[in-house]
Design a protein. Structure first.
Lengths: 679, 73
């Protein structure tokens, strides 16, 4: 059946319960050509790589998301399990490695047993032997291999001991597969029977008694009583000598404490967000300076003609506006990864399950919502871990309200306009307020939408929160760093081209048709001539024609078509607002200042028409900020929301509700502030 | 008849039965809450829900109403 077997490079798939050391094993095995697979892309995308060259074995290793059993409970498990049977791109695995935490074999063997019953060609990889040993126990590979009727290899995740043996076993297993005709695993059909789980566990417990021994004990003589005692030692959480369990127990007494738990939760979350800004800011400045420099160099080299302007203003500044917030996304993913790897994220989810369930969400909405502060796209995909459809849709619904990093450059520009340069801390305060505002808005919207929950999703579904709280441990920085870099790359690949293309389209619209206008040059300095040409070019451009159509919408909120064009351009992706403003308002491009400073300067001078009335005031800037908090201006978000909810209903509702609210609130803010005497 | 949601801290009990009619019961079994197992209540979240139990050498958080389907000695 399977064409893979003989000629193609064999596919080795890693499967395992969450926290079973699967990713560590993957990192040991993988060599060149590591890539992440977008489709079917569960919570985290699948990673695939060639087997490391040093093992002298050809093969591809596929890492799959963690699963508890072959019977799915949520959309992400569905995808993970379906693709085990038949991966849409890589077909079926030639051999499956299942990682089993040896200190938890009574739980983890369930998956291994289901895989064997289902007909997979399986090798069991035992991990965390050191934890088992610390408990004064050891496990017999041979005995387990006999009981389960498949190969068993133990590895040490810290030293890599046992990997070579694993490779040998994989190799001889693949040879065997070549000789025999491979059987095709059959997916269990129908619902999992309650009693069949009980039977599986009974079998597993009897196996456990046979394979787990006391360290110094005699392996041959096992009496049932002693075996039972061992199992009890294995089951009890703190009654053994393992330091990591004791540490977890003590830490949880504080971090999951009724009062202190909540206190530390807020401290940890605040630290997470503030550190994103502190750590990213210097890098962002560097990126900005670099692209400003490149842009100026391009003009110097290519000359002051349309081509030079295209490269410098369109291409280089456009790219720069994408690259400038990569540091922030990278750092957010990094901190999220560290929190997850240390074991805290699961606890955070547990802490706020109850409050979130009051507004129709779930504790498992916590991680998607947190990711929403980096980018709505991975966040909406992460909502797949929520098994209840209504809770999942509601989570997806409010994610665009959480202040994603694409809004940061916009806020940075608008806030910089509001505050004097020497009082940067006020800016930080305003930004924090915007974040708190965006979180409260998402909570309010969720609560309101929850009132219409029966309209949102009709079918009733069991709401559930079952989550393993892994033992606290030191995060593996290398693994986390790798994952954050991969996530940032995926983000760049998705959002980058859209932003760049629209930056170029916008450049075209603001530059043509009258790209070389004739002006009176008498008595003017070189600098003034440049300015005159630019503004004449813009006011006769296509963008200006377009802008005049939307002028009626912009007048009530005290703005003109130039802001309108930027806002419309921002519907492709929010960051485009900044590059679009730069194109429209940056009348001169002098080399002394960076992009933002010269743009701010131009914004301060801008007037509405010829009335002499300032275009940007405290009121209009505040209005713009409010607009950006609510408006759903991101094509990629709309696309992913459609894909994940399986229809246009949710994304259309999101666009309409959020954008309408955004405009109304902008109107109220601008005119309210003016009524209060703040222009 | 007592359920796991009524446990006090530090109290170790044996599961006698899991209510098959509860919609979460299958997943409850799959994560390791099976009859005969010893469990202990380790943590309660704010508002006393969800609850974290030690079972089979690990910690599992479940909601109070899900703990209600676990009948204990």
């Amino acid at each position: 059946m399977n064409p893979h077997v003989l000629d193609k490079v064999p596919l080795i798939t890693l499967v395992g319960p969450p926290n079973s050391g699967k990713t560590t094993l993957f990192n040991y095995l993988c060599g060149k050509n590591l890539k992440t697979v977008n489709y079917p892309g569960a919570t985290v995308e699948y990673s695939i790589a060639q087997l490391n060259e040093k093992y002298n074995l050809k093969g591809e290793v596929l890492d799959s998301p963690g699963i508890v059993s072959l019977h799915p409970n949520s959309p992400d498990e569905h995808i993970a399990i379906d693709s085990l049977y038949s991966h849409p791109k890589y077909g079926m695995a030639d051999v499956v490695l299942v990682t089993i935490d040896s200190s938890q074999i009574s739980r983890h063997l369930l998956l291994a047993k289901q895989l064997i019953d289902s007909g997979f060609n399986l090798i069991i990889v035992l991990t965390m032997i050191d934890i088992l040993n610390k408990r004064g126990l050891e496990i017999s590979d041979e005995q387990l291999s006999k009981e389960m009727n498949c190969s068993v290899v133990s590895i040490d995740g810290r030293t890599g001991k046992g990997i070579d043996k694993l490779i040998n076993v994989v190799e001889s297993n693949l040879d065997k597969v070549k000789l025999n005709k491979k059987k095709n695993p059959v997916k269990p059909n129908g619902e999992l029977k309650f009693n069949s789980i009980l039977d599986s566990y009974k079998l597993i417990e009897s196996i456990e008694k046979k394979v787990i021994h006391e360290n110094s004990g005699n392996h041959q003589n096992i009496n049932i009583e002693a075996a039972n005692k061992r199992i009890r030692v294995l089951n009890s959480f703190i009654k053994n000598n393992s330091n990591s369990d004791l540490l977890t127990y003590k830490t949880d007494k504080i971090l999951l404490h009724k009062f202190w738990g909540l206190f530390f939760f807020f401290i940890i979350m605040s630290l997470t967000f503030t550190s994103i800004f502190w750590l990213a800011e210097p890098v962002m400045n560097l990126v900005d300076i670099l692209f400003t420099f490149l842009s100026a160099q391009a003009v110097n080299i290519l000359g002051n003609n349309w081509f030079g302007d295209l490269i410098s203003d369109g291409l280089i500044s456009g790219t720069g506006s994408v690259m400038v917030f990569v540091p922030q996304i990278l750092i957010l993913f990094l901190i999220l990864g560290l929190l997850e790897d240390s074991g805290y994220l699961a606890r955070g989810a547990m802490l706020i399950d109850r409050p979130l369930s009051k507004i129709g969400l779930n504790g498992k909405s916590f991680v998607p919502m947190l990711s929403g502060f980096a980018c709505a796209i991975p966040a909406i995909m992460a909502a797949r871990t929520i098994s209840n459809k209504r809770e999942r849709f509601l989570t997806i619904f409010i994610i665009p309200l959480l202040s994603c990093s694409a809004r940061l450059p916009v806020y940075a520009l608008l806030i910089a306009f509001l505050i004097p340069a020497d009082k940067a801390w006020i800016g930080g305060l305003i930004l924090a307020t915007i974040y708190v505002f965006s979180i409260s808005s998402s909570v309010i919207v969720a609560a309101i939408m929850n009132k219409f929950k029966h309209k949102l999703v009709k079918e009733e579904d069991n709401s559930s929160f079952i989550l393993e709280l892994p033992a606290y441990r030191k995060p593996k920085l290398k693994v986390v760093l790798n994952n954050s870099i991969t996530s940032s790359k995926i983000y760049l690949k998705r959002a980058g081209p859209i932003i760049l293309i629209f930056a170029l389209i916008l450049w075209f619209l603001t530059y043509f048709p009258n790209y070389n206008p004739k002006i009176e040059t008498q008595d003017l300095t070189q600098e003034q001539i440049k300015q005159e040409i630019s503004s004449e070019r813009l006011s006769t451009s296509y963008a200006s024609d377009l802008g005049k159509i939307i002028q009626p919408i912009m007048t009530p909120v005290g703005m003109d078509w130039r802001v309108g064009v930027s806002l419309i351009a921002a519907f492709t992706a929010r960051e485009v607002f900044v590059s679009s403003m730069a194109l429209i308002f940056k009348v001169t491009s002098d080399n002394q200042n960076d992009l933002q400073a010269s743009l701010l300067d131009a914004m301060r001078k801008a007037e509405i028409g010829n009335t002499g009335e300032k275009l940007f005031t405290t009121a209009t800037i505040a209005g713009l900020i409010i607009f950006f908090v609510f408006a759903l201006q991101c094509l990629s978000t709309v696309a992913i929301s459609k894909k994940e909810t399986g229809g246009w209903r949710i994304p259309i509702l999101q666009v309409l509700i959020f954008t309408f609210t955004a405009y109304i609130l902008m109107f109220i803010t601008v005119n309210g502030l003016r009524a209060l005497g703040i222009s | 008849m007592r359920t796991a949601s009524e446990l006090k801290f530090g109290e170790k009990v044996i599961i006698t039965h899991v209510d098959e009619n509860h919609p979460s019961s299958r997943r409850i079994l799959e994560v390791g809450f099976t009859p005969g197992q010893e469990i202990e209540l380790m943590n309660k979240s704010i508002f006393n829900d969800p609850l974290a139990f030690s079972v089979r050498g690990t910690l599992i958080a479940i909601r109070k109403n899900e703990a209600d389907c676990i009948i204990v000695t």
